[in-house]
Design a protein. Structure first.
Length: 550
């Protein structure tokens, strides 16, 4: 089963070099979770890319970046020096540092918002400003690597007052945050998210709030403990015009009126123009050995036809990518056993063999974008299984859950809803270990098709995640349209396309997402996301079902 979220899939990045305490070195960052989408999770009562907190106010899902009034992006590494700026909140951008509280207030105002009050910020992070429900955005116990905090520092960045020409760095030096893996793009640490989908409230950058005095909240990438733990981290020594390489912000706003919410809700995310992944340059199945090559699906196994280009993505009036609050589809069709003595129903594959419990998977080449944590491995060395093996035998759906009338996998479902729909289908939600073994096979392959990453085979590594309006692009592909994305057991699309809910046993949080979705992230068999609760539902969350074999 997957390891802890700090290194969730067991892949080993290059060893980090120890650095002196208090310096700024992040040259070798650990493998970190991939960002989760939030643009389609916006409550109808809030403007786009804002989250509704306790039904009373809206807060930016991401730390603020800046644009000029003409819409040109401004450098997040430089102080404003009097230039007018507008605050924007989007995933995947480097947030603005070197900003004062007064500048942050003005940038929020130009965006039609306001700087968050300290009480609002605390309610978003801790669940309440008076009686905190949690110490961190995700819970009461700190999870190593969940947020961008406690980084070791860079040995060449020795901070001085900047008073002398010989001082190497000063507090507003634009070079500081351009060192590798200091401040991270918004949403890059997907474990650092609140139940409402607000990212990076702890770590990354300090955040200005407004109250009886200027306060900086939440810690930053070097520290989230010295001045209080997590959500209770407070820096109160600076005035409203102070700024340095650690100071950032986000905005708040009043919730929309009912009329405004209806107008905002009518702007649905645009669909991807290309529903079919590109043909890979070579046959990934050639990387599988003969002993693990998948069997062809039986002739009577359900196959999803290729949709026409103008086919609707999801049925109207039911749960959909663009309609997360609609009713769930009804489930009444159950596949038959064919032949009658088959081990599994015709829409499921038999998984049988010896699972490697704790394999060693070492990445040979990382292919992440510059300045982002290493999480996308281009090629793995052969897996080494030196631990015990576990015998397993069960049935698993060949494809993601795609109800009758749907062409694309059902999304915007929570863990509890996934379990319910599986039960209605005469099945159950897969255990995490079952999903994992179905993906990697007896050889514990990093990818279902082998050791070398191929995003075209499994619909991941997609770009242009968001529209110009900041809404998530629907880049799902139809169920059954990726014949090369197949595991050693003949199970399709376990990596990429959509994230899949599974159940983790042994106490603690049960709701675990596996496999990644269409963005460039971990997207491999051992990748696991454990930061979301059982009621979380996102535009990328789907599932498949399992069942005991006969």
């Amino acid at each position: 089963m997957a390891e802890a979220d700090a290194a969730p899939d067991g892949a080993r990045p290059p060893s980090a070099t120890p650095s002196p305490q208090g310096s700024l070195n992040l040259a070798n960052a650990p493998a970190l979770p991939a960002p989760q989408p939030t643009a389609n999770l916006t409550d109808g009562a809030c403007p786009d890319n804002m989250a509704l907190i306790q039904g009373r106010f809206c807060i930016d899902r991401f730390e603020a970046s800046l644009e000029s009034p003409e819409g040109e992006p401004l450098s997040p590494y430089h102080a404003l020096k009097g230039r007018p700026a507008v605050a924007v909140s989007r995933a995947g951008l480097v947030p603005q540092a070197h900003i004062s509280m007064n500048q942050a207030k003005a940038a929020c105002a130009r965006a039609g918002k306001r700087l968050c009050t300290t009480a609002q910020w605390l309610e978003a992070c801790a669940g309440s400003s008076k009686r905190p429900l949690r110490s961190y955005p995700y819970g009461n116990t700190e999870e190593s690597g969940a947020c961008n905090a406690h980084q070791p520092g860079h040995p060449i960045a020795v901070l001085h007052g900047g008073r002398r020409k010989t001082d190497s760095f000063w507090m507003n030096d634009p070079r500081i945050n351009q060192l590798s893996a200091t401040v991270a793009p918004t949403g890059a640490f997907e474990g650092c998210v609140s139940p409402e989908g607000v990212h990076d409230l702890v770590g990354n950058l300090l955040e200005w709030t407004e109250g009886s005095r200027p306060l900086l909240m939440g810690g930053y990438y070097l520290d989230a403990k010295e001045n209080g733990l997590g959500c209770r981290y407070v820096t109160m020594l600076h005035g409203a015009d102070y700024h340095d390489f650690t100071t950032g912000f986000r905005c708040c706003a009043a919730k929309l009126s009912e009329a405004e919410a209806r107008v905002a809700g009518s702007e649905a995310p645009s669909a991807s123009g290309d529903a079919q992944g590109a043909e890979p340059p070579s046959d990934p199945s050639a990387q599988l050995t003969a002993s693990t090559a998948p069997e062809a699906p039986p002739p009577n196994a359900p196959q999803t036809p290729e949709p026409s280009p103008d086919a609707p993505r999801d049925p109207p009036g039911l749960r959909a990518f663009t309609n997360p609050a609609a009713p769930l589809p009804k489930v009444s069709v159950r596949a038959e056993y064919a032949p009658a003595d088959a081990a599994c129903p015709s829409d499921m594959a038999l998984v049988e063999g010896q699972r490697c419990v704790s394999p060693t998977q070492t990445c040979k080449t990382w292919v992440d974008d510059p300045g982002t944590p290493p999480r996308s491995c281009g090629e793995f060395a052969p897996t080494v299984c030196g631990a015990a093996r576990q015998p397993m035998r069960y049935c698993i759906d060949r494809y993601e859950f795609t109800p009758e009338g749907y062409t694309y996998p059902l999304v915007n479902v929570s863990w509890g809803e996934a379990e319910l729909l599986c039960r209605r289908s005469g099945k159950r939600l897969c255990l995490e270990a079952e999903w994992e073994f179905a993906c990697e096979g007896p050889e514990a392959l990093p990818y279902p098709y082998g050791y070398k990453r191929d995003g075209a085979a499994c619909n991941h590594d997609r770009t242009e995640l968001f529209t110009a309006a900041g809404k998530l692009n629907d880049q799902r592909v139809p169920t059954g349209s990726l014949p090369r994305c197949v595991s050693p057991f003949g199970v399709f699309n376990l990596v990429g396309n959509v994230d899949e809910w599974t159940t983790r046993g042994g106490g603690g949080r049960r709701s675990i997402l596996r496999g990644g979705w269409w963005l460039k992230g971990r997207n491999r068999c051992r990748a696991a996301t454990s930061s979301h609760g059982e009621n979380y539902a996102g535009a990328q969350t789907s599932f498949r079902c399992c069942k005991a074999a006969r």
